[in-house]
Each structure stands twice: as structure tokens, then as C-alpha cells.
Design a protein. Sequence first.
Length: 296
Amino acid sequence: MTRTAFVTITGKPNVGKSTLLNTLLGEKVAIVSRKPQTTRNRITGILTRGDDQYVFIDTPGLHKPKTLLGEYMMKQVGNATEDTDVILFMLEACAELNATEKSVLQRYSDSGVPLLIVLNKVDLVNKAKLAMQISALSEQYRFDAIIPISAEKKIGIDGIFEELRPFLQESVHFFPDDEYTDQPERQIFAEIIREKALRLLADEVPHGIAVSIEEFREKKDVLYVRADIYCERASHKRIIIGKDGEMLKKIGMYAREEAEQIFGSRVFLELWVKVKDNWRDSAFMLNQLGFKNGDR
Ligand code: GDP
Ligand code: MG
């Protein structure tokens, strides 16, 4: 008898959702960044352990939408919680809940959905304080379990599987047992480039970038990829390219190295930088870059 659970991972930006997904899967699927909101699409990770299959959906962080992209992201949060067997709501250990966290937690708590609260980053806090936070949350909210973990240091991860077990439903497996993501490879590649660029550029390109994969083909053992990096201003384009193209070379080099590990083949990567005004507000660009509705 096989069993499946659809698990939504949600929580504010930077709480550690992508890190947890990667720890759970032991593979790099979601992209981790010090900057919030790098995970723009719902990322599904799939883990099969014997007869049990877990399908994890990593939602973009909970936040107040300011742009069309923000609205799109919030819609994905809503969508994700509809068809789910259990919600993993992540909070930072020993941190005050912000207003959004309070209202979302209240909503889940009242609605009676299967809910596990995960307190992440316990490696940074003291045990007595943690115990106080757990009892305070228990008094204020209804949930099925509370699990202190460190996604990064891999502490408490078994506890998550223990608490998830009751929510597995008898069902066929929806994905092949050796698959770990339903994300198209192009999207993973775009995320890799975006992450490298954001890391290397630090805060120099304030409005961020988008990456569009224009060509993606495998020939013998080599993966050929051509990608466009979109930014908002000509001045940003100059920064991304850098003096004598040094910055763009670096972005390409780091992205290629990581892609070669993930895809297990040699990678040939060609990067172009393009300017597109206000790409975050343009429905056309959102479409172009694959931010479509219901794109699972
Ligand atoms: P997301 O926005 O919720 O997906 O958060 P990320 O997974 O991208 O993580 C945000 C930041 O928190 C990264 O710098 C992580 O390295 C860091 N982080 C995640 N989990 C832990 C943890 O358990 N302990 C510590 N100290 N840092 C963590
Ligand atoms: Mg993330």
C-alpha cells in the first residue's frame, strides 16, 4: 500500500523555507539566498521513502504585495494551501511574530487545517527562551505539533518526518520514485543564474533582476544554455556587465560550476544583459519569464 502527502512549506521571507526543502531532499532544488524573495515560483520537491511519497511545495514568502510580481507571488501562497494535506508553517525561533505572521497563523489555527509549526534556526537561540516561546504559542494557537529545528545545521529533521507521518494518505504515487522535482530544468537553471548574480552584485542593483532562458539543448555530454539577464536601467546593465565584462564573467563562471554539479554534465553558458523598464510591473514580461497562473 503506497501513501502520499502534499506538504506546503510557508512562512515569511528569509525564515529558511528553501534551506529546509534542500535539507529534506538532500538535493539542491530551491535556491537559498540572504536576500528575501528569491524563490519566485512555487517549487515542488518530491521525496520518496519506501512506500511513502512526500510532495513539498515551497511558497514565496508571506509579505504585502507592492507590485504585480508581488501579487502573483501572494496568489501562489493562496493556491498552495488549497490542495495540501498539511501545512508546515515556519517561524524563527525566539523571534516576535510580525503582523502578517500573526494573522496568517490565526487563520490557519481557526480553520482547523492540519498544521505543523516549525521553529527554525534553533542553533541561534537559548533553550530556556525556546521553551517559553513554545508554551506561549501553545496557549494562543491551535496546531497539530510544534517542531524546533535548524534547517541549516540539520537538527530536528527526523521530527518533521515523524509529525508528517499521520497525514500521509493512502494513494498512488503521483511522481516517479526517483524524481526529486517537477520544476522544468530551465527554471532550475534560471534560478541558479539569478542566485549567483544576486550574491555577486550584493545591493548594487536595487530593483533586482530576472533571468530568461532563451536556449537550452543537450548535445552529447554538453548542455548549451543561452540566457538573458533583465534589469531595469542602463546603469544597472553596466554594473551587471562590470569593467571589461568581469562581473558577467564571474556570474557565468559560478553559475556554470553549480549547474555542472546539479545536471551532472558539462555546461556551456552564454549570458546576455538586457534592459527592460519596470519589468516587475509588466504583465508581458511576467508571462515571458514564465510567471504564469497555474503553472504547475
Ligand atoms: P526563505 O526565504 O524562507 O526560502 O529562506 P532561505 O532558505 O533562503 O534562508 C534565508 C537565510 O537563512 C539564509 O541565509 C540561510 O542560510 C539562513 N538559514 C536558514 N536556516 C537556518 C538555520 O537553521 N540556522 C541559521 N543560523 N541560519 C539559517
Ligand atoms: Mg526561498
